[in-house]
Each structure stands twice: as C-alpha cells, then as structure tokens.
Design a protein around this ligand. Structure first.
Ligand SMILES: NC(=O)c1ccc[n+]([C@@H]2O[C@H](COP(=O)([O-])OP(=O)(O)OC[C@H]3O[C@@H](n4cnc5c(N)ncnc54)[C@H](OP(=O)(O)O)[C@@H]3O)[C@@H](O)[C@H]2O)c1
Length: 325
C-alpha cells in the first residue's frame, strides 16, 4: 500500500521532471510575439508577489493593464508594486491581500474587489505551493488541494459574473490556470481529495495540477454553451527556477541547484506562456487549451474525461458551498 501510494507518485513526478528537462535541453525557450497594448484592462494575478506571478504582473502592467497582485505576504506585495512602478510602467499595479488556503479569505478578497465596481478582463490563477509536508487548514483542507486548486476554483466562481460582463466578442475576458507537467502524473482521488489516506506530497501536488486542467476544460464548455465571451486556458511553464523548489528534500535540493542554473527556465521565460495566453492576438477567442512552450499540447488522458470533469466540478461546488452556476 505504502509503495503504491507514496513511492509511486514520487517516481512518476520525478519522471515528468526528467522528461521536461530533456525537452528544455533540446529546445529553446518560447519567445513571445509582439503584443498589442492592453490599456485600461483589469487583471488579477494570484501569487504575483514573486516568481512567475511577479513576472506576469510586471509584463501585463507594461502592456498598460491595471494589475491587482493578490498574495498573502503584505510586505512582499508592497515591494512588488514599488518595483513595477519604479520601471516607469505604462499600466498600474496594486496589491491586495488574499490567503488562498482560506476560503474565508478568498471570499473577503472577492467581495472587496466586487465592491469597487471594476470590470475584470483577466484572472490569472497562478499562486501555488509544492511538496509541503502533510498539513490541514483550519477549514480542514489539505494544503496543495486548497491553495493550488480549490481556492482558485472558488475565486473564479465568485468573479465569474464580472468576467462574463467584461468580455465581448473580439475582446474576450480570460482565465489562465497555471498547471504543470506534473499533472500527467496526477490522479484525482475523488473519494479522498484531501489525501487523508496514505499522504504523498508528490501525489497531492500532481492531483492539484490535474484538477486545474479538468476545471479548465469543464468551465470552457459551460461558457461556450452559454455564449459568453470568456476563454479559459491551462498553461504549463516548464521547469522554472523559483522558490517553488524550496521544499525539495535536501539531497534533491543539492542536486537541483547546478541543474537549475543550466536547464531551468528563468521566471520571466516561464511567465511568457501565461502572458501569451493572456494577451497574444493569436489567443483571442481561443479557449479550452493546454499550452506549453507557445503551443497547444495534449494534456493527460484523464484530463479529457468528461465524467470526471463534471464530478470534480460538482464536488468542488459542494466543498466551497456554492450552487453550480
Ligand atoms: N517553478 C516551476 O518549475 C513550475 C512548474 C510548473 C508549474 N508551476 C506553477 O507556477 C505557479 C507559480 O509558482 P512559482 O514557480 O513562480 O513559485 P513561487 O516563486 O514560489 O511563487 C508562488 C506564489 O504563490 C504565492 N502563494 C503561496 N502561498 C499563498 C497563499 N496561501 N495565498 C496566496 N498566495 C500564495 C506566493 O506568494 P506569497 O509570497 O505571498 O506567499 C508566490 O507569489 C505555481 O502554481 C506553480 O505550481 C511552477
């Protein structure tokens, strides 16, 4: 049992990582095409205080967007905003507190945003964590599940009506979900989403990233069926040198450092796929894709399972206490 539940996900995850590194060794990082200005458009980037989220926020602000960086470290948030404005950006950046591990905090964040009466043209569900030892939140959720997936599920639903109102044909509102190649190793444990049985941090991370791909496809179907001008895509940035790897075991950490210098992408390179999904003219009106290195790719077989997508959506609604819109 232990071998299957703990060692299995670990090996699968490292196998995914090795495949990505070989790809990155043989292929250049994707180069963004020229992007049109996005003046006046409003974006929320979760986890925009550092790493790829920061680079995404910085780039979007340079395109003229009003970017709200949503994160749970107030000081880091202020520093990020100051740095972006210090570059003389044509857009605007501001920080707002949200702790995505707390559904209460997600609700408060969404309500404060709603109270401002702003439109919302882009929601980037970027914040995340990886390989944290087993932890439950006050509300009883497993850490990877709630921070990477469920918190974003709730946030998206609480802001969906504004996204719908803010989009129009030719100028869709956009949702970008930050997934990962690790989703290929993911299994949705529908009867144990909080991974109480035989916890594996590797399995929990991979599951949360698969959840985001399932959410992407299901939501796009609903939005298209409803005739709304909102697109949803999942992106995979490759392996990127950020603080995300801080929880690796010390041996893996020591091995990662020299490899990362040569083979990992920089945070700006990793963020380019998110910026592409958010602002490239080629992506206007295009949704329901899994994007990697600037191209649409096949995601895992289970991510296309329509029954699983619907089941996860329904269960997620129940877990966060909302009616399926
Ligand atoms: N690096 C990679 O190789 C890689 C590969 C595939 C996918 N990804 C995904 O890319 C996304 C960004 O990761 P990164 O590599 O840029 O890592 P990072 O530098 O560690 O950034 C993670 C971000 O998430 C935020 N965050 C953490 N806990 C939070 C919470 N409770 N509430 C709100 N925000 C929180 C952090 O903000 P605070 O500082 O405010 O905590 C930080 O801005 C993640 O979803 C990750 O899974 C990364």
């Amino acid at each position: 049992m232990w071998l299957v539940s703990v060692l299995g996900p670990l090996l699968k995850l490292y196998f995914c990582g090795i495949r990505v590194l070989i790809y990155q060794m043989l292929n250049k990082s994707f180069t963004l095409p020229a992007l049109t200005k996005q003046n006046g458009r409003v974006a929320i980037v979760t986890g925009g205080t550092r790493g790829m989220g920061y680079e995404t926020a910085r780039h979007l602000a340079s395109l003229g967007m009003h970017v709200i960086i949503a994160g749970n470290e107030r000081e880091e948030g202020k520093v990020a905003v100051k740095k972006i404005h210090g570059e003389g950006t044509s857009g605007k950046a501001e920080y707002a507190f949200v702790d995505l591990t707390s559904l209460k905090s997600v609700r408060q964040f969404a309500q404060s945003f709603r109270d401002r009466g702003l439109p919302l043209h882009l929601l980037v569900n970027n914040a995340g964590t990886m390989l944290v030892p087993e932890q439950r939140t006050e509300e009883g959720f497993e850490f990877h599940f709630v921070l990477n997936y469920l918190g974003h599920f709730l946030l998206t639903n609480l802001l969906l009506d504004i996204l719908k109102r803010s989009g129009r044909p030719g100028f869709c509102s956009k949702i970008v979900n930050m997934s990962s190649a690790t989703h290929y190793a993911g299994i949705m444990h529908m009867d144990d989403l909080n991974r109480k049985i035989c916890y594996s941090s590797h399995g929990a991370y991979a599951q949360s990233k698969l959840g985001l791909v399932l959410l992407t496809y299901y939501l796009q179907e609903q939005l298209t069926a409803g005739g709304f001008s909102v697109t949803v895509n999942a992106v995979d940035p490759g392996m990127v040198d950020t603080a995300l790897y801080d929880n690796l075991w010390s041996l893996a950490q020591a091995m990662k450092k020299p490899v990362a210098k040569i083979l990992f992408r920089t945070p700006a390179e990793g963020a380019s796929i998110t910026v592409y999904a958010a602002a490239a003219s080629e992506m206007e009106g295009v949704g329901g894709c899994y994007l990697y290195n600037g191209e649409k790719r096949e995601s895992s077989e289970s991510s296309y399972d329509a029954e699983l997508q619907a089941k996860l959506w329904k269960t997620s609604c129940e877990l966060v206490g909302i009616k399926s819109p």
